[in-house]
Design a protein around this ligand. Sequence first.
Ligand code: AMP
Length: 227
Amino acid sequence: MIKVILLGPPGAGKGTQAKLIEDKLGLKQLSSGDMLRAAVTGGTAIGQTAKTFMDSGALVPDEVVVDVVFEHIDGMSGSKGFILDGFPRTVEQAIALDRKLAEKGSSIDGVIVIQVSDDKLVERIAGRFTCAQCGEGYHDVFKRPAQEGVCEKCGSQAFKRRADDQPETVKHRLKTYHQQTAPLIDYYRRRGKVAIINGELSIEHVAKEIDGVFSSDVTAESSVTGG
Ligand code: AMP
């Protein structure tokens, strides 16, 4: 089973690239942000706790996120593998993940870091929106639907924007990323598992670079050993 982490600041394109990898390689995208948003929409106790943190651009407490994500990882047995998008986001979460996988005699195969400068991130996040039905991502400037107001993937005419994509909240999310999540790059570098990708290139170009990582040794080992 292949287990890969996509790491990078909000707006770097993790979700977009995770979906492309899902389509191409059959690895399941596990997005902690999507899981938490589903809990908020569902009005669950976890959702109510998470909402306060998410609305302000802060991180949801480790123990809450870890439980939610691990439940999904447990549901992955027998699958081809998964790609973690937005998790881990703190060193504590990374340690918990290592422990969780070690219990099954397994470990993370590779970490792909998508790097984008803060200026570009603010511009990107401010313009993004998704199809309310299928979740396909769009952008006011970089990726408008071919037919205005109609989703290219499913034909829906309903779109939505994330509440935490407001400029002030975005600034807080970026600060949080630099303080709490960026140290993970060194955490995984020490294990020799990191590939750095320039996320400022086009979606297609970034996808190509990521394809290159998948065909290199970074993730190939477990597909050979089955680990
Ligand atoms: P995302 O969709 O990944 O940008 O996540 C949206 C929000 O959900 C973040 O700003 C956090 O409030 C929360 N969140 C998502 N993943 C995590 C995580 N691994 N740890 C803590 N909070 C998270």
